[in-house]
Design a binder for this molecule. Structure first.
Ligand code: GLN
Length: 489
């Protein structure tokens, strides 16, 4: 059961070979056994999950079941889920019980999926290693001395360690793709505006986008079918016809033009990641794709641009955590200003404070033109690079992250090194394009440890998710990296 695809699980449930209650209990037992070590979940509620499973079993029995009915899904703790503690990985929201459902949560509920629990994440989704979580770091299930990536590290770990059938994540600068790469799973960030941000705690609203994390591209397509759709409660939600993301999975790849950006294979890419990606490119050629050399000349500016724009938006979004309306309030204070200051000083961790300070600075009078405005202009150029590139190719392929999973604590003192984990993913968010990561091999073994997973990034044009999933699925039919599981403990 643990290695079955979502399609297979759905069939087993509908055929009555297993009940949703049994399946949910199987995962709850695994979580009880493994979560103390892996720390993938912040909150579980067996009673709530099992009640949903019973309701799903009733739907399965009366014939109203849909594709995902009865399937246990882990939800990143950035999504408000009614009655569930929703922390966003922060002390600020340690005791916050969400009074309503995020659109994503409601979509899964309507589909009859079971919410298995809320997964650990970097505080307010700021991080690339899950080490900024107030609830402690998540461990990589392939080597528990290493990070799972971030910020959706809890979801990536839970999928890789078979602590859920699939999970959700969010990606502002790489937070679905980078942890998917580091944990050896598949994840997709769709085109900006495709999944509603309603009820998803805001980090940088012009970049934030939710997406699924799973064991295969085929599973991602089914999850995306559930998560997407217009929602009038998010002003950036796109009004488009519903599409079936699985419709092109089985198309042959003959004639597909695959672009390789030269900037993604330059200095900074570790040799073992480069080698695995080269092997994947050779596989694409075997599958009939033609390789086109392309250039994204402004992509080298993506990290600096992002670290102006994302903190600017975050400093505004996080002003709502003031100790008054909800969240943490300092126990002792002298007056209102002191209460705000102490609540925010005590409620936020160091990385979040750093972002708020940078963001406030770049937006301040006198610096706005020099930083924020310049960054917006370069953002436009970065997007234009992709528009030009997609005249020559259908999809773009390269590494997801410059290295495999690093050791816990290794980059803790050096924020710039940490930020560089996302050099290949961030430009995609700045352009609003869809991007995904699939496993494509393992890095070099070191110190007697086996090599860690390598992720292959696939970038598509706006709304090209079905085509990207096709490219990923054909690769996964030809290779078996995606079906390998870590030997957990
Ligand atoms: N690692 C990046 C950051 O720290 C991206 C995070 C994300 O995508 N949420 O901001």
């Amino acid at each position: 059961m643990l290695n079955s695809s979502l399609q297979q699980l759905g069939s087993a449930l509908r055929a009555g070979n297993i009940s949703s209650v049994e399946l949910t209990q199987l995962y709850l037992d695994r979580i009880a056994a493994l979560n103390p070590t892996l720390n993938a979940y912040i909150t579980t509620s067996a009673a709530t999950s099992l009640a949903q499973a019973r309701a799903a079993d009733a739907r399965l029995a009366d014939g109203t079941a849909q594709t995902l009915t009865g399937i246990p899904i882990a939800q990143k703790d950035i999504f408000c889920a009614k009655g569930w503690r929703t922390t966003c990985g922060s002390k600020m929201l340690e005791n916050f019980i969400a009074p309503y459902d995020a659109h994503v949560i409601a979509q899964f509920d309507n589909a009859g999926a079971v919410n298995l629990g809320k997964t650990n994440m970097d505080e307010f989704a700021m991080g690339s290693s899950n080490e900024t979580s107030y609830f402690g770091a998540v461990k990589n299930p392939w080597d528990t001395a290493r990070v799972p990536g971030g910020s959706s590290g809890g979801s990536a770990c839970a999928v890789a360690a078979r602590l859920c059938a699939a999970a959700t994540g969010t990606d502002t600068g790489g937070s679905i793709r980078q942890p998917a790469a580091l944990c050896g799973i598949s994840g997709i960030k769709p085109t900006y505006g495709t999944v509603s941000r309603y009820g998803m705690i805001a980090f940088a609203s012009s970049l934030d986008q939710a997406g699924p994390m799973a064991r295969s591209a085929e599973d991602l397509a089914l999850l995306l079918n559930t998560m997407t759709g217009f929602d009038e409660r998010d002003s950036t939600s796109l009004q488009r016809d519903k599409e079936d993301y699985a419709r092109d999975l089985n198309k042959p790849l003959a004639g597909l033009r695959v672009g390789l950006p030269k900037e993604f294979f330059a200095e900074g890419l570790s040799g073992d990641v480069g080698k695995a990606v080269e092997t994947a490119i050779a596989e694409y050629k075997k599958l009939g794709a033609s390789i086109v050399d392309i250039s994204l000349p402004n992509s080298k500016l993506a990290v600096p641009v992002y670290y102006v724009l994302a903190p600017a938006e975050a400093s505004s979004n996080l002003s709502r955590f003031d100790g008054v309306r909800y969240g943490y309030r300092a126990p002792d204070y002298t007056d209102l200003a002191d209460m705000y200051e102490k609540s925010r000083a005590q409620g936020f961790g160091a990385e979040v404070k750093r972002r708020i300070m940078i963001g406030t600075y770049v937006l301040s009078h006198g610096y706005y033109d020099a930083y924020y405005l310049q960054a917006q202009k370069i953002r436009r150029l970065i997007a234009q690079d992709f528009t030009d590139a997609f005249k020559q190719c259908d999809i773009i392929i390269g590494p997801t992250s410059p290295s495999t999973a690093f050791k816990l604590g290794e980059k803790g003192d050096d924020p710039v090194q940490m930020y560089l984990s996302d050099i290949y993913t961030i430009a995609v968010n700045l352009a609003g394009l869809p991007g995904m990561s699939i496993p494509c091999g393992f890095g070099a073994p070191n110190n007697g440890n086996p090599g860690m997973p390598v992720g292959l990034q696939i970038i598509g044009n706006y709304f090209a998710e079905a085509q990207m999933l096709n490219a990923a699925h054909q690769y996964q039919r030809a290779t078996d990296w995606h079906s390998l599981a870590p030997q957990v403990l």
